[in-house]
Design a protein around this ligand. Sequence first.
Ligand code: PLP
Length: 393
Amino acid sequence: MLKTIAAFDRIGEENAFAVLARATQLAATGRDIINLGIGQPDFRTPDFIVEAAVKALRDGHHGYTPAVGILPLREAVAADLHKRFQVEVSPDAVMILPGGKPTMFMSILMFGEPGSDILYPDPGFPIYRSMIEFTGARPVPVPIREKNNFAFSADETLSLITKNTRLLILNSPANPTGGVTPKAEVDKLVAGLARFPDVAVMSDEIYDHMLYDGETHVCLLQYPSIRDRLIVLNGWSKTYAMTGWRMGYAIWPGKLYDHARKLAVNLHSCVNAATQYAGIAALTGPQDEITKMVAEFDARRKTVVAGLNRLPSVSCTTPKGAFYAFPNIQRTGWKAKPLAAALLEDSGVALIGGPDFGVLGEGYLRVSYANSTENILRALDRIGEFLNTRKAS
Ligand code: PLP
């Protein structure tokens, strides 16, 4: 028998991919499946971005690039952050990575080991906990509560920090709840972190363009007091409808940059060269398609929230960001995962049970509105019919 390390008994997954596989399998049998499960924009990558990648290939950009990414792209990231958040970021602190995920993978590897605590949002993106467990660190959930509009509570977060805490993971706008933490709460959290100078912060800001109702993004780089221990995760996947291109970026403080560079050299060498040129076009080109996408998500958000609130025994807080709604289904009598499974198998609607995002996700479903309004309305009809006719099991 091959004997691999015990950490592989602890690593988790993202159930959204399993739901997608099952939905695809059912669709292949001829079933009409409406997918509100997957967290990716249903738009095409804007043409000018695709053209930039094609041109890069035609221009002969076929080889390895520096492991940290090409300088013009790192400069474009720094300029974009400066333009949007008035922050100074050196291109030498920017690293281009194959997606947003590698930043969480690398930062958790840098701080996770037996004896260390890592704080992460629950409900939250499942890979945080999975990676924390993989390293042998203790996962400490930071509760994200509906009564708090799914924002972080600064006081509660600070109260969970111990002498063993090495890393705090933040995510706003958030997956799976669509919650956005208000600036006053972030201010309070950052002020409180002054008492814990040895705690690093990883801020996952991958949904930073997807904000509604006049919200503006609070980028953690705007807080000089934590810059020397702040890692920012961001990327192109959601904003530019580029999930399959696999490109993201990280801002690393101090020596963490070199740790990450070495991990990149050991792991993937560099991000695909043509994709990096597409990334420059995305950041420096016209942003109107992005504005249009966000406006379309906003319209769907209103449709989905209103529709969910009309369903029997379902209530849904209005999310302020990302492209997810997180309806409360506690009064239906169903547990979330059996309900999600039955909705897929019996009604052909794919969505994700809240517990796939942490124990505090019980009683909720994640509904991705990255699908057409027509499909959202059809899905809502099917869910309504299901809840009216089926008893909880
Ligand atoms: N962070 C959050 C909160 C996400 O929801 C996702 C993707 O769903 C990611 C990071 C990963 O993004 P990428 O596809 O660029 O790796």
